[in-house]
Design a protein around this ligand. Structure first.
Ligand code: SF4
Length: 333
């Protein structure tokens, strides 16, 4: 992508240990495999895929919240450049201030025993970003107002609020340390559709006002189409397609992306629904198929697909795809 990347990852892999230990052989699951992607400063970058595709793990890798088995992750804003695999304790503390997470479930994410004021203030106190209670209160009120929370509610407990209000509290907590980069992991998935639109508009407004860069992780392509400017598609720990949102939705070049898009319900009463069906389940990452990882569900799979894994390659116009047959299938897909 052309703009300066705020985050850049190269050949990134993340493993989780499944079993083994001191005396027995360790067994690992590769959740993210050899991913390359840049997130431009100021972008609303979407990451989509089915459950089990590795998108949440990739988001956590950007936050230095999982162990990186291989590859590089570089963060670079106007003030600092960090190699996330080699941070000192002081740098890690500083990075936590610059990169934050908005949780998926606004009901589970907030402690029922803390007031809204204390929930939002906690990151400031843990990171030592304010010195006095007055200073903390001032910052809490400031960010609460930006997140359109009623200041009189700061003394209440989370159970008194609806899902949408709780998500505003979660957003205020994530933004109170003035981060540049925010990972929003399925941040509207637990909300009603009308509330979703409200929260998405708030995220967009905050992006403009505070100059934020988002990684927006979602399984819901209609939400991603509404809000993201670039979208990457993941399947079984790999990126299979990446393109500006309009391009990806109008002219997908990977059969998996096409199948995901076909599954979005149409509002057109004349649409007879020639959906490209996604059969079966995503294979287990403990036993991935050889070659293209999508070959067990792809209607276009041929011999080479079962033997060689296609690399993600540029196809023009900031569009990348990992498919042996994208050129010949392009018209059909
Ligand atoms: Fe389908 Fe083969 Fe392309 Fe994989 S490489 S998506 S199996 S056509």
């Amino acid at each position: 992508m052309s703009q300066t990347p705020l985050l850049s990852i190269k050949n990134l892999s993340v493993d989780f240990q499944l079993s083994g230990g001191f005396l027995t052989k360790k067994v690992f699951l590769r959740a993210v495999n050899n991913v390359n992607v840049d997130i431009p400063q100021g972008s609303f970058f979407g990451l989509v895929g089915e459950s089990g595709s590795g998108k949440t793990t990739l988001g956590r890798a950007f936050l230095k919240a999982v162990n990186i088995a291989d590859g590089e992750v570089e963060y670079s804003d106007d003030e600092v450049t960090y190699d996330l695999r080699n941070l000192t304790k002081v740098e890690l503390k500083d990075y936590r201030k610059r990169a934050q997470l908005i949780f998926q479930d606004p009901y589970a994410a907030l402690s029922p025993r803390m007031t809204v004021r204390d929930i939002i203030a906690e990151p400031l106190e843990v990171m030592g970003l304010t010195k006095t209670r007055d200073e903390t209160d001032k910052r809490v009120r400031e960010i609460a107002e930006k997140c359109r929370l009623n200041l009189e509610h700061l003394r209440r407990f989370p159970h008194a609020f609806s899902g949408g209000q709780r998500q505003r509290i979660s957003i205020a907590r994530a933004l109170v340390s003035s981060p540049n980069f925010v990972v929003a992991d399925e941040s509207v998935a637990a909300l009603d559709v009308s509330i979703q639109a409200d929260i998405l508009n708030l995220l967009k407004d905050l992006q403009k006002e505070l100059g934020l860069t988002y990684l927006f992780i979602s399984h819901d392509l209609s939400v991603v189409a509404h809000i993201c400017d670039h979208v990457a598609v993941m399947y079984l720990g790999r990126l299979v397609e990446s393109a500006p949102t309009r391009t990806l939705f109008n002219a997908p070049r990977h059969p998996y992306t096409k199948a995901l898009l076909s599954a979005i319900p149409s509002l057109d009463p004349d649409d007879k629904g020639n959906a490209l069906k996604l059969e079966g389940e995503i294979p287990s990452p403990t036993n991935p198929p050889p070659g293209c990882k999508f070959n067990t569900r792809c209607a276009y799979a041929i011999d080479i697909c079962r033997k060689e894994e296609p690399a993600l390659q540029p196809t023009g116009d900031d569009h990348e795809v990992a498919c042996h047959r994208w050129e010949e299938l392009f018209e059909e897909v």
